[in-house]
Write a protein that binds this ligand. Structure first.
Ligand code: GLU
Length: 449
């Protein structure tokens, strides 16, 4: 029998050799692998069955052409993908991302993370992810609709309410989900449970839009409670200005904290008095405007063009990176710690580099990794699937109570798993082991498939 750390190293090297051109996927692997060594030491059967080789290979990768016509009548082509990574826990579940950076590497990292995130929710969902390199920014509604219709014309062949249930991610909100669902219904007839994140006007779940941001704050709420603290008067740095950031900011205010920043791909806002949430919602949800507009309405706030929230020296105790992958590198992480940040809770997927994440853990920052802290979104998606099966729509309060309960369970699971492995407060290790343990057991029971 091979020892656990030798086995992990061997598989990690093989994955690097076979996927050398997929840096983000390799990054997700490199963050994950070292942390599960202590778990594998107690589970030699998983080493014997070569489970790491199995769990890191997607069950299915679908790539397709998405032809569509722009408003000028030009023929355009984008790439569409769906990664059906792991179905041991249930049907593939995970969002669709529309962004020019989308490629196989990014979607494989997202789908890989999704497996363990979904497992942590305790709900019966496997892991998947998809999307396109289409950029909805600057496109007309009609162009977005035509693109979504074409994308779904192909994707519909591969998904279903009991096999694979996509949702939103960056660039895919309720407008896109509405068009995607309309096309699915036209092709396959009514089946609301095939997509989540649907508008609440038809088969969506109340509270889904808010769930990722609220969930990240709930995770930290339970952590703070353990430390006999709460959010009162704590200053928070938030990045992003999509629905994760907006509802993270909303919940931070509700619980007594003061969020002072938000950002988009062109720069960021620092508002010492606290971000004006109503203005931010108006700009982003109604007008689809850039953050440069924010300072026009609020002259005391400052706009930092082409700069990152994480390259500044504001003092804050809390950091909620809610923009995108790799927004915090080692240097920026060190700077955050120097400026007093004690808790980093990831609303985005993999916003910290491996080095930054390890630095947080080593320097006793409470680092709450995305696969745990941002699991609230997909958890409420799974609740939306339940509501669709019941043909019912639950009250917003009921969804919110469930979300808080799920986030508490995830937090406690990460905390207790870390403790069990003599790594108190190492939530990265706790999340990875707890997420993996459930998947590994299910895979083992289902045999070599
Ligand atoms: N895209 C979200 C995530 O990263 C949500 C996925 C879903 O609701 O299926 O978890």
């Amino acid at each position: 029998m091979t020892n656990a750390s030798e086995y992990v190293k061997k598989i990690q090297e093989e994955i690097h050799q076979r996927n050398g051109h997929e840096p983000e996927f390799l990054q997700a692997i490199d963050e994950f692998f070292p942390t599960i060594v202590p778990f594998l030491e107690n589970h030699p059967e998983y080493i014997d069955h070569n489970l790491l080789a199995l769990v890191t290979e997607p069950e299915r990768v679908i790539q397709f052409r998405v032809p569509w016509q722009d408003d000028q009548g030009n023929w355009q082509v984008n790439r569409g993908f769906r990664i059906q990574f792991n179905s041991a826990m249930g049907p593939y579940k995970g969002g669709l991302r529309f962004h020019p950076s989308v490629n196989l590497s990014i979607l494989k990292f997202l789908a890989f993370e999704q497996i363990f995130k979904n497992s942590l929710t305790g709900l019966p969902i496997g892991g998947g992810k998809g999307g396109s390199d289409f950029d909805p920014k600057g496109k007309s509604d009609a162009e977005v609709m035509r693109f979504c219709q074409s994308f779904m014309t192909e994707l519909a062949k591969h998904i279903g309410p009991n096999t694979d249930i996509p949702a939103g991610d960056i660039g895919v909100g309720k407008r896109e989900i509405g068009y995607l669902y309309g096309t699915y219904k036209r092709l396959k007839q009514y089946d609301a449970g095939v997509l989540t994140g649907k508008p609440v006007e038809f088969w969506g779940s109340k509270g889904r839009t808010e769930a990722t941001g609220y969930g990240a704050v709930y995770f930290v709420k339970h952590l703070l409670a353990d430390l006999n603290e709460d959010f009162t008067d704590k200053v928070a740095l938030v990045s992003g200005s999509g629905n994760v950031a907006i509802y993270c900011i909303e919940k931070l205010y509700q619980l007594g904290a003061k969020p002072v920043t938000c950002s988009d791909s062109n720069g960021f806002i620092y508002d010492e008095a606290g971000i004006d949430l109503a203005l931010l919602k108006e700009l982003k949800e109604v007008k689809r405007a850039r953050l440069t507009e924010y300072v026009k309405a609020r002259p005391n706030a400052k706009y930092y063009e082409n700069q990152s929230v994480w390259e500044t020296d504001f003092n804050a105790e809390l950091a909620f990176p809610c923009a995108t992958q790799n927004e915090i590198n080692l240097e920026q992480g060190q700077r955050l710690v120097k400026n007093g940040v004690r808790i980093v809770a990831e609303g985005a997927n993999m916003p910290s580099s491996v080095e930054a994440a390890e630095y947080f853990v080593e320097n006793k920052v409470y680092y709450c990794p995305g696969k745990a802290a941002n699991a609230g979104g997909v958890a409420v998606s799974a609740l939306e699937m339940s509501q669709n099966s019941q043909r019912l729509q639950w009250d917003k309060e009921e969804v919110d109570v469930q979300l808080d309960k799920i986030m508490k369970n995830i937090y406690e699971n990460c905390r207790d798993t870390a403790l069990l492995h003599d790594q108190k407060d190492n939530f990265m290790l706790g999340a990875n082991i707890a997420g993996f343990a459930r998947v590994a057991e299910a895979m083992e029971i289902q045999g070599l498939v």
